[in-house]
Design a protein around this ligand. Structure first.
Ligand SMILES: Nc1ncnc2c1ncn2[C@@H]1O[C@H](COP(=O)(O)OP(=O)(O)OP(=O)(O)O)[C@@H](O)[C@H]1O
Ligand SMILES: [Mg+2]
Length: 239
């Protein structure tokens, strides 16, 4: 075997590459020339004080926001080169996102919330519902498929949100404070779920204030302050 093929086998592909990404709101700098590379299979946790730019960073990777300078490349696609429509398609196909407060649609049953993610990419309804039902099985919420979000517990709602995020087999799953609104037991179940997903190969980028979530799920912790990366720690040894 040549050394080239050894390297290729040892080093997973880069799925996210941010280079000198800058974002300003008026006079305040939300991201101050941030560079970050995430490889396939990593679970990166972003930590840091309120207002340090963590959510802004996730929004850049998701293509929800554009930098004033610098570049964002995800799954080989330079997001700066995409039109608004191109970005919307990119988000639906490549990005899964979960939030502190779940962001489910209240007037749709749980399974329809999840199936909709695939229908929006053109998958026929019956096929989308089949895949959604499989995910409900895998995530242990099959008996909740017909319930509206309002009658679900926080932990169940977050698992529905995870199912929705996984529907289109995203390149990367982004999570912004995914346990922030959950009691400790439900929070632990969501942590276990994220860890399981990472262990079967799902690349994760999560923002959290929760040291335990970072220790349990992350292979690397990136510390943010004032819109900059001020430290990085490898976590493989502790998790
Ligand atoms: N839409 C906006 N308009 C104006 N300023 C904004 C906007 N979004 C974020 N900011 C500012 O950008 C900076 C970074 O915000 P961001 O939401 O990324 O912080 P964060 O680290 O996610 O904070 P938190 O831990 O409280 O969620 C803050 O100073 C914030 O006030
Ligand atoms: Mg935030």
């Amino acid at each position: 075997m040549t050394s080239d093929s050894t390297d290729a086998a040892a080093t997973p592909a880069v799925v996210v590459q941010l280079t000198d990404v800058r974002k300003e709101y008026g006079d305040s700098v939300a991201l101050d020339n941030v560079s970050l590379r995430i490889r396939a299979g990593e679970a990166v946790a972003v930590m840091g004080p309120s207002g340090s730019g963590k959510s802004t960073l996730l929004n850049m990777v998701a293509g929800l926001d554009r930098p004033v300078s610098g570049s964002v490349v995800v799954h080989g696609e330079d997001l700066g080169a995409l039109s608004e429509r191109g970005l919307a398609l990119f988000r639906r196909r490549r990005i899964g996102m979960i939030f502190q407060f779940f962001n489910l649609l209240d007037d749709l049953p749980a399974l329809d919330n999840v199936a909709l993610a695939a229908q929006l990419t053109g998958v026929p309804a019956a096929q989308a519902r089949r895949r959604a039902a499989e995910l409900f099985d895998e995530l242990g919420i099959a008996d909740r498929a017909d319930n509206y979000p309002a009658v679900l517990s926080g932990g169940e709602r977050q698992r529905v949100a995870v199912a929705r995020a996984l529907m289109n087999r995203p390149t990367i799953l982004l999570a912004d404070e995914p346990t922030g609104a959950l009691d400790s037991r439900a929070g632990e179940q969501v942590m276990d779920l994220l860890l399981d997903l990472n262990q079967i190969g799902q690349t994760l980028l999560l923002v959290t204030h929760d040291q335990r979530l970072a220790e349990r799920c992350a292979s690397r912790v990136v510390e943010f302050a004032d819109g900059r990366i001020v430290g990085e720690r490898d976590m493989e040894s502790v998790r």
